[in-house]
Ligand binder design. Structure first.
Ligand SMILES: Cc1ncc(COP(=O)(O)O)c(C=O)c1O
Length: 330
């Protein structure tokens, strides 16, 4: 099979598989004080440190979640409507019209709870103008949430500029960086976002594990999942220990392989696009070709339905997608 749907999910990296297999028999609860628990706790904290090193942040700023959807929900719901003492469940959030459903549908939910949402429209290449974000700021704007890299066309948003604007106006800034992690170097000492979400299964770790970065100096938020004291009381529930160990290894491999992947996969993407352009008329390569990640191509074949191309390619053992897996059926 030729698998070209890595924005939907990736297979396990062989080193990640090894790390999981090595940890399979470590069943202790990481909150237990006995040896069995402490063994697992040590591996979780090693993984947290790997992730913090990758982003140049502090381990205590890393909160493990069950994926990026949960991380996005946590930021958006918990920092805006969690409890009467936090605010009066009123306010305004700025986002874009090309966010992942885990942001857009969460914001729809919040709109039913009297939060107003402004969706900034991207230009015809899929890029947001930071000036539009600044113009949308109101006295009651409580959050700006803009994705780093779009999952369908690969456009890279001017997140630095938008985060600077948010900082200037003292508004918390969140970025869904699921498709940026491992593709673009992210240094959280340099990028002034307050929150960042990422997902394991886009970077060769298993499904069901993700991270929410919350800057230490950012106002505390209520957990989405309440209960025990896990994750510094930010996310209750016994940890997904195998997922966390796997994610730590996946991030380590990302760091080692990022440069080589960019050169290798970027070349393959260009070859594919050039071959299609040479052999077919009436095609459009979508997005901003100067500001996109190396691993994504989004092509329109004029007058041909995407699904029929997808199914035909599948019959030939080639896996592609016509859009985000989370939008399938919508
Ligand atoms: C940009 C983006 N955000 C969020 C998600 C959701 O991630 P998860 O599957 O870990 O919940 C995805 C996955 O498709 C994504 O591409």
């Amino acid at each position: 099979m030729i698998y070209l749907d890595n924005c939907a999910t990736t297979p396990l990296h062989p080193k990640v598989k090894e790390a999981i297999i090595d940890a399979l028999d470590l069943f202790g609860n990481p909150s237990s004080m006995h040896t069995s628990g402490r063994q697992v706790r040590a591996l979780i904290e090693e993984s947290r440190k790997n992730i913090a090193d990758f982003f140049n942040c502090s381990p205590e700023e890393i909160i493990f979640t069950a994926g990026a959807s949960e991380a996005n929900n946590t930021v958006l719901k918990s920092s805006t409507t969690c409890c009467a003492s936090c605010n009066e469940n009123r306010g305004h959030i700025i986002t874009s019209n090309i966010e992942h459903p885990s942001v857009l549908n969460t914001l729809k939910c919040l709109e039913n709870q009297h939060i107003e949402v402004t969706q900034i429209k991207v230009n015809n290449k899929g890029i947001i103008d930071p000036a539009d974000v600044e113009a949308a700021i109101r006295p009651d704007t409580m959050m700006i949430s803009i994705m780093y890299v779009n999952n369908e066309i690969g456009t890279i948003q001017p997140i630095h500029k938008i985060a600077e604007i948010a900082k200037k106006h003292h508004i918390p800034m969140h970025t869904d960086a699921v498709q940026a992690v491992g593709k673009i170097p992210i240094d959280l000492q340099d990028l002034p976002v307050d929150f960042l979400s990422m997902s394991g299964h886009k970077i060769y770790a298993p499904k069901g594990i993700g991270v929410l970065f919350k800057r230490r100096t950012t106002k505390s938020i209520c957990p989405l999942i309440t209960g025990g004291h896990q994750e510094n009381s930010m996310r209750a529930g016994t940890e997904n220990t195998l997922g966390i160990i796997a994610l730590g290894e996946a991030i380590r491999q990302c760091k080692l392989e990022m440069k080589e992947n960019e050169a290798r996969i970027g070349k393959l993407r260009d070859q594919l696009e050039n071959g299609i352009k040479k052999n077919l008329d009436h095609i459009i390569i979508n997005g901003d070709l100067a500001h996109r990640t190396y691993n994504i191509t989004n092509i329109s074949f004029v007058n041909i339905e995407g699904e029929s191309i997808l199914l035909r390619l599948d019959m030939h053992g080639i896996a592609v997608s016509t859009g985000s897996a989370c939008s399938t059926g919508s």
